[in-house]
Design a protein around this ligand. Sequence first.
Ligand code: NOJ
Length: 574
Amino acid sequence: MTQHLADRTEPNGPGTESRPDWWRDAVIYQVYPRSFADGDGDGMGDLSGIRSRLPYLAELGVDAVWLSPFYASPQADAGYDVADYRAIDPMFGDLHDADALIRDAHDLGLRIIVDLVPNHSSDRHEWFQRALRQGPGSPLRDRYHFRPGKGTDGELPPNDWESIFGGPAWTRTTNPDGTPGEWYLHLFAPEQPDLNWDNQAVHDEFRSVLRFWLDMGVDGFRIDVAHGLIKEAGLPDMGQSGQLRMLGTDVLPFFDQDGVHEIYRSWRKILDEYPQQRIAVAEAWTPTAERTALYVRPDELHQAFNFHYLNTPWGADELRQVIDSSLDSMRPVGAPTTWVLSNHDVVRHRTRLGGSLARARAATLLMLALPGSAYLYQGEELGLPEVVDLPDEVRQDPAFFRRAGHHDDADDGQDGLRDGCRVPIPWTAQGSSFGFGDGGSWLPQPPAWGKLSVAAQAGDPAATLELYRAALAIRRTQPALGAGDGVEWLATPPGVLAFRRRSACGGTSLGAPPGRSPGEESGGNTAVVCAVNTTDKPVELPDVLTPGGSRLLASGPWPAGTVLPADTTVWWGE
Ligand code: NOJ
């Protein structure tokens, strides 16, 4: 099978062939395979469904598509529990479907990034099953973290670590003879045993898996839990509970250990062996922007999601601060910042930022004006809100079950509940599951979503879909957007932020995106001012929206003159 599929094409559609460093300013669209499009009508999205919608993504104007896991998996965590890293789960298709998807994407000029899940496997993975069967003392157990329990009969977990999904991070095994056995570590669900990255076989296996998918023609990897692979030696106790609340803010013995970087240095060498710049992006939750920057040093990964930005509330001061600290921390390592507002693990940004569509659109236009790469999550281009009223009986997120009674300290009532951002997206205004597929949808869609469907929005200049299309089209051709590593802040009243981005023609150090010439199809603007009103009142901005400039785009209605309406972002060409 692999041999048959090994004759790969490179990305060859318009815009992909001659873009060195294409990833530095790329807009990358996350597809969550179960919820994007259902090709075979079983109620669950799949690869053939995604393939049929690739022209939509090309037309939207994104550069690359990141696919969440589609590997063989018992789906205990929606595919982030991988039983076979080289096989496609039958619910999504097979390797031929993956091959066809990659080829079609390349023909359309889209690059494909796949998810790699190296922190843990599924408990159904052959390695784990064999380790269980062979019992304590087997060298196969060293590929995971098996430990005897504490207490008189080993009845207590080996340490006090807590699972991200709630409850202890350890589960006790039963020996082949039926007696209670060792415990194993799982930072996530019990069905996701953590791999032991001190074991050479684990390194060898993942290097081989990387090559398998690179040989299949993928353009990059999103590294799941990139901060988690190495655990502090001796697996020391934390000494306190409530560890979930410390994620991303504190140093933890199971996250962001320095040892992870050696792994990424070895992976970078493999990526660099392949033509056309194959990349990797780290899902790395770290305490500071500076710690995140370590993952993207020149000999490590290319990008790391900027979760500090995602977690920032809607406020001019807070946003300016996080933009500055993000850019400042990346500059010394020469990596682009990677902006993101929504993904399959967090409350959709429309809801998270307060529920207003106007504000969600303003947030997006701000993000797309910042230097670096940006990630979009499927459905945000339709302005989809979080679905906050899913009945318990349809929920599938393991975090929901393990955290029952312990979640929900956020205003939106959805903290830690992830099904609400995973509801299948609407393609048509009517019909079975609004065009998602012919067999219903694995999570119920709100009846009002027909009005938010692609069909309902396409061609309507006021629609969010058209705003995204316009923004991405401008970003592609406007050398002042995306490229570079800095912004020039402009003086603004409280609650407003504004900055200028210049292209190389404007005489600053900011260059055109590699592979694009300065001024190319740009309509002649060499600088763009992005102004954002985060308040709920209109503001006058005569010093920012200067005469002689021109309107490029606004996230909402923008009356003539220099007034910026509430919760609105505008792009002003100079
Ligand atoms: C991060 C993924 O984005 C999330 O969906 C998953 O549950 C965990 N990693 C565990 O793999």
